[in-house]
Write a protein that binds this ligand. Structure first.
Ligand code: KG4
Ligand code: ZN
Length: 340
């Protein structure tokens, strides 16, 4: 197989990033992402605006991916696109674009589950990055999802724990909103947390059975805490922002690591990978690394550019499916609530 020249065009449009990537035999040649700035003004993603921006961005983004990869479109072996989960209006843009281009070029179409993309991003050929052996545990942490997945093989995965309310990325973003930070607040909280004391303020962790998560209580606790403190001191946020960010991040990381510890114990699996936008967080990266010493884990942390939404992760799933001749029909439909 490896002697073949397989070029995959990956397309991602599930939320507010329009992305395209060209992959050659599992290696990335280009990885282009157009992030939609428009949502910053609204403090969150506005689905209707997202879908309109995807329509404007998709052709130039694909064009740029081809140009950066230095190939012409007749070289593409197959087109992989995000079928779901995500916002329906956003998914429709990528899905219909992928379908028409595949039809026009007379090449196969491959449907990809976005969450599998976050997990299988670990199989992109990258110098200096090792691939996890099966079975491994993957914790997907993003703005829309928080799951612990037992990965038995590329396409044999079981969700063994997930959030019962907000996703962890929402916990970062909503806390940031309370503190008056811009959207998305995750990266800003991360930056400020490095300058603050993680034990300055104590937030209680939610009690959720088994491997499931809950983050909505934490958001409320932070809201009440900030309301109480600003009542006593109007400048509380200003004077304590770094410490508050560090304490919030410390609490969130504690929640995630606690569940991973239980999952690892229950399954006996010590190979642990993370994926999704929140895996860009420097604190969670460090906590996972520390788990190698503390709990005997071997950990897999994605390259920074493959953490937040991107099309390289869609292209790698496309490549793996291509090797298995697993193609989609032209009448395939986007699916907002697609499960792993
Ligand atoms: O995977 P992603 O790009 O989109 C979804 O599929 O949701 O994740 C976006 C989420 C946002 O909530 C954002 O605040 C969070 O990832 N995020 C971070 C960091 N970078 C992005 N959260 C904490 N620390 C970061 N450095
Ligand atoms: Zn994502």
């Amino acid at each position: 197989m490896s002697s073949q020249n397989i070029y995959i065009l990956g397309i991602e449009s599930s939320c507010d990033d329009t992305a395209a990537s060209i992959m050659h035999n599992g290696r990335i040649l280009s990885n282009v992402v157009a992030s939609q700035k428009i949502h910053e003004e609204y403090g969150g993603v506005v689905p209707e605006l997202a879908s309109r921006a995807h329509q404007q961005n998709i052709v130039p983004v694909v064009h740029q991916a081809l140009k950066k990869a230095n190939i012409t479109k007749d070289k593409i072996s197959a087109i992989a696109f995000t079928r779901g989960p995500g916002l329906m209006g956003s998914l429709l843009v990528g899905t219909s674009f992928a379908k028409s281009l595949a039809y026009g070029l007379n090449i196969p179409l491959i449907d990809v589950n976005h969450m599998q993309g976050h997990i299988l991003a670990h199989f992109i050929e990258e110098d200096g990055f090792k691939k996890p052996p099966f079975p491994f545990l993957a914790m997907t942490i993003s703005g829309g999802h928080t799951q612990i997945v037992r990965v038995n093989n590329y396409f044999d995965m079981t969700v063994i724990g997930e959030t019962i309310d907000d996703a962890v990325g929402e916990a970062f973003d909503k806390s940031g909103k309370i503190l008056g930070l811009g959207y998305p607040a995750g990266p800003e909280i991360d930056k400020r947390a490095k300058l603050g004391n993680p034990k300055a303020f104590l937030f209680t962790k939610p009690k959720v059975d088994g491997l499931n998560f809950s983050f909505s209580g934490l958001k409320t606790a932070i809201l009440y805490f900030i309301q109480k403190e600003t009542k006593a001191n109007l400048n509380f946020i200003e004077e304590n922002l770094n410490d508050v960010c560090a304490s919030i991040q410390y609490t969130i990381i504690g929640i995630l690591i606690d569940k991973l510890k239980i999952a690892s114990k229950q399954t006996g699996i010590k190979h642990i990978a993370i994926g999704g936008g929140v895996s860009a967080n420097s604190g969670i990266r460090q906590a996972l690394k520390d788990g190698e010493q503390k709990f005997g884990w071997t950990t897999y942390i994605p390259k920074f550019e493959f953490t937040t939404d991107n099309a390289a992760m869609i292209a790698i799933v496309g490549y793996l499916k291509f090797l298995e001749n697993d193609f989609a029909e032209q009448n395939i439909a986007a699916s907002a609530r697609l499960k792993i």
